[in-house]
Design a protein. Sequence first.
Lengths: 298, 288
Amino acid sequence: MKLKKLSAPVLLLLPAFVVLAAVIVMPLLFSFYSSFTPFRLTKPETLWIFVGLRNYITVLSNWDFWVAFGRTVLLLTVALNTEMLLGLGLALLVNKATHGQRLLRTIMMFPMMFSPVLVGFQFKFMFNDNIGFVNNALQSLGLTDRAIPWLIDGNLAMISIIIAEVWSSTAVFAILILAGLLAMPKDPVEAAHVDGCTPWQTFRYVTWPYLMPFAFIAMTIRSLDVARAYDIVKIMTDGGPAKRTELLWTLIGRTAYADARMGMANAMAYVAILLSIVFTVYFFRKLAAARQQIGAEW
Amino acid sequence: MDINSSHRLRRRLLKTAHLIGLFLAMAVICLPGLWIVLSSLRPTVEIMAKPPVWIPESISLDAYRAMFAGAGQGGVPVWDYFRNSLIISVTSTVIALAIGMAGGYAFARYRFKAKSAIFLGFMLTRAVPGIALSLPLFMIYARTGIIDTHFSLILTYVALNVPFTIWLIDGFFRQVPKDLAEAAQIDGCTPWQAFWQVEFPLAGPGIASAGIFAFLTSWNEYALASQITRSVNSKTLPVGLLDYTAEFTIDWRGMCALAVVMIVPALTLTFIIQKHLVSGLTFGAVKG
């Protein structure tokens, strides 16, 4: 009888609430608690010792942690911006093509469906200093006669990771921006032509504003799963050489499972979660604003 | 006359540049995949050859044969991993789809308090990095003894897929006009019948693509699976891929073959859903 009192949307959303609460929210609350304990996997009794903010203080005063944090933010900034630009370029190229658009679109989606593990492995193979495709090609073309240590040199390893990341995720931007281009009305562009705009001006002031919401959808989707980069890094370098590619996520994994310091790792994980949430909320807001602007103008 | 011909020349140049750009972009996208396929067909000697052998001299399916021959030869129980992956992905997709349909329908059709906040809240659960989520899940699953079972992974993937499924399905239901269901109800359908006989078939293709997307997420997931699975009981293909790496050596050819096995179903499914997926994600970008 009491069940009838619940309104339809509540009833419909209930399963989703239950599942998300059980598998994501509750475990996260538990890990929030354990981030205040010196919990080690090897010593279960340590779960009940409360140490207050000690883990957080240790983490936040740890130089390695901040280096990993900065590197993660750097990777995300460089990768997301590059993906955005390349995705835009790719979408414009495909949109201009007169023949075989369907085929081009399919090829464009190709990397999106590669599991990040596969992407990592694939680029590990291609960037291998001894037998990798890249070095083989460079040597066969006579551009260099020595093996470039792509994944062994710290800076080159970071670049290789960014290349892998960009390769795998540019498709998300390209596809969505292309969808925007296809959905765009033709008249404003023609009007701009008639009024004597240069191609650049037409793009900047007419096309781009239309594409903004689509770019933000892509950004939102990407910010939902930026941490997938963990898989790529884990496979390609596992944070090496000498921690030169250590990201927040690999550091968490190492602290938790290799060192078994769960309490400490959970404290780090919360910083990583906050980072993701800030990213997502920011782009979600932007998306809502862009939608409203377009809605008002159309 | 002169202006005409120079104009024509410029256009032709632009067109050629466009074609070259397009070709280069597509080559960069396709090359890594093709290289993997090619490497899986070549003997290890050729992969390792120095100077590199560009044109394969012999092609064979030995890697695949060794892989599917079972644990005895290749050392990696691919069949078990494949079965685990399939069971886990399919089950979690079906459940996520059922929950996502209910949720997506609620978002598309009803007005209620704090709607956009709830929607954002759902999305945020998806934003939690897998490795961060794996810590508490690992502890809880280990304590309750469901670690290294199909059940634990299925449960996890359902939760992982629900937010995005709701987003997609919400978009698809919004594309179905509200009046249709209302008309059906006036004609004597119950709301339940109206949903299944009118709205569901219309949103069907979209829901199917949401399902395929959920399937692929589960099929490809690594960060959580690598911690929650321990043995042949529940290891999935992405985790199994790492079986080919030893401490200092990697069986590149075997790994390439397994990679091809993983990617073929994913590519086929992507090809089927590509159109619906994009329209589901972008719906609302134009209509708010």
